[in-house]
Ligand binder design. Structure first.
Ligand SMILES: Cc1ncc(COP(=O)(O)O)c(C=O)c1O
Length: 489
């Protein structure tokens, strides 16, 4: 089915960068000048496509509650909202006759919902991996015995251990839950091979596609295919669409029985004081008034990505990552994590994690920001076990550091720096990063950086931002120190 959005605009790859909101934002740096911001934290959240924002703007005069209204605006909004569900399913080639597309807040909520909706039995097992973001690990731990499959020194999944684990837990495994692509190493897992293994062992396959969806075309394959992905989730804010919406796709049947995860308005066909008949999914799983503008923005971003072509985006990102890695290898003291050889990069999304010998990861990130105007991220990126494994942090050290952190000192928090690319980043962005990394590696940065032990962060003395000259709509509270911002991972 061709979406009505498809009638508008044939986007070309070259139009992506100018379409990024804030692409030309100038930010202050330590030497008193302003430089164009380089955004290399796309793995956390991408900036927004102007197109998505404009389509949302065009929709807003018609904004109305969906499904229950009889007015013109409500009927229009309902059609748009329903169509956005279809587009989100078509984006991963889901069979929408047998599968439902549920809108949630984000991938985290999707995994929680999926785990909450399973009819768990005593002794059930979920196999997941050491590579997972906490969002595809902790929700399962609430319900089942979770087994984490290990990785090798580069971060690749241990397939032999996975097979053994299935064999050892025959009849007990309900889900194999794995990330489509790692938010630390960028490694793309062989999701269809994993699905075949899961199905051969009577388990469902869930793919956390939060990091994969913005970078690669995804095909969940027909339901009858042995490598079919049963459940998949992704987040709009990581794919150039704004505002708190995510997607969970899975068999209608799975969500059609039992109580919904959340109950309230919108999930029922009929309610008596002593009787409730729940609606069919997705409504059954979308309790309360939904994020209709978010759905519109997501649909518009998906439309743009599909028109440009995910393969074209993958090709560009591969060029960018290959270039970046080759250049980064020349930086003094550079340690790169994950796949770094040319022949490994086709199966890696645009995420590069690294550190520089002798310079704490938090300090590297601070220098990149304060002296380079470059936004990256540092720490453990909500994947603590994987980062510690890649850093080879042993158990005794982990215990010591845990004690320190619980005691309020995050100085020795293990971690890396992560540069993560989007479809709109270019070679100039990489060059800006590499130039700064050389300065750091050579000890040629200028600031006098102070450590805040409580947050584990660094910031140069006597350097503060005046946000009110950038965003005058808020009266910013004076910060005692920028390092007061604690790491949220
Ligand atoms: C691999 C992976 N899974 C899940 C998530 C969670 O996504 P969200 O914060 O949108 O729920 C992230 C976020 O960074 C991620 O990188």
């Amino acid at each position: 089915m061709n979406s009505t959005l498809d009638r508008h605009c044939n986007w070309k790859f070259e139009e992506l960068r100018p379409n990024i909101m804030g692409i030309d934002t100038m930010v202050p740096i330590l030497d008193g000048t302003r430089v164009p911001y380089v955004f290399l934290d796309n793995g956390a959240s991408t900036p927004t496509f102007r197109h998505a924002f404009e389509v949302m703007g065009a929709f807003m005069p018609f904004y109305s509650g969906v499904h229950r209204g009889t007015g013109f605006k409500s009927i229009l909004a309902t059609q748009v909202f329903d169509e956005a569900h279809d587009l989100a399913g078509e984006f991963v080639n889901a069979d929408l006759e047998h599968n439902t597309v549920i809108f949630v807040k984000n991938t985290t909520e999707a995994v929680n919902k999926l785990a909450n909706r399973c009819d768990w039995r005593e002794g059930d097992v979920v196999i997941t991996t050491l590579m997972e973001h906490h969002s595809d690990d902790l929700p399962w731990r609430k319900h089942a015995n979770v087994i984490h499959i290990g990785v090798d020194d580069k971060g690749y999944l241990d397939m032999a251990q996975l097979r053994e684990t299935f064999a050892r837990n025959a009849g007990k495994v309900r889900f194999l839950a794995a990330t489509g692509a790692s938010n630390i190493t960028g490694i793309i897992n062989p999701m269809h091979e994993l699905a075949e293994l899961a199905h051969a062992n009577g388990a469902f396959m869930f793919v956390d596609a939060a990091q994969l969806a913005p970078h690669r075309a995804i095909d969940v394959l027909p339901d009858s295919h042995p490598g079919h992905i049963d459940f998949i989730a992704y987040s709009a804010h990581k794919m150039y669409a704004p505002y708190g919406i995510g997607v969970l796709i899975g068999p209608k049947e799975y969500f059609s029985t039992g109580d919904p995860d959340m109950v309230g308005g919108g999930v029922v066909d009929i309610v008596e004081t002593d009787f409730v008949a729940y609606s069919a999914p997705p409504a059954r799983e979308e309790a309360g008034s939904p994020n209709v503008p978010g759905a519109v923005g997501l649909a518009a971003a998906i439309h743009m990505l599909r028109k440009v072509g995910m393969d074209r985006i993958a090709e560009h990102e591969h060029t960018l990552v290959s270039y970046a890695i080759e250049k980064m290898k020349e930086v003094p003291g550079m340690r790169l994590y994950g796949p770094v050889e040319a022949d490994e990069l086709a199966n890696k999304v645009g995420v590069i994690s690294f550190d520089i010998d002798g310079v704490p990861h938090a300090k590297v990130a601070a220098i990149l920001s304060a002296e380079g105007g470059i936004g990256v991220r540092n720490g453990c990126f909500c994947a603590h076990p994987y980062v510690k494994r890649l850093l080879k942090v042993d158990e005794a050290t982990t215990k010591e550091i845990t004690e320190e952190i619980l005691g309020g000192d995050r100085t020795n928090l293990p971690g890396m720096v992560r540069a993560s690319f989007g479809c709109y980043n270019n070679i100039d962005d990489v060059d800006r990063l590499v130039t700064m990394l050389h300065r750091i590696g050579n000890g040629e940065y200028r600031g006098d950086y102070e450590l805040n032990r409580r947050s584990g962060t660094y910031w140069p003395k006597n350097f503060d931002y005046d946000f009110s000259s950038y965003f005058p709509h808020f009266s910013f509270r004076p910060t005692t120190s920028i390092t007061e911002f604690t790491e949220a991972s």
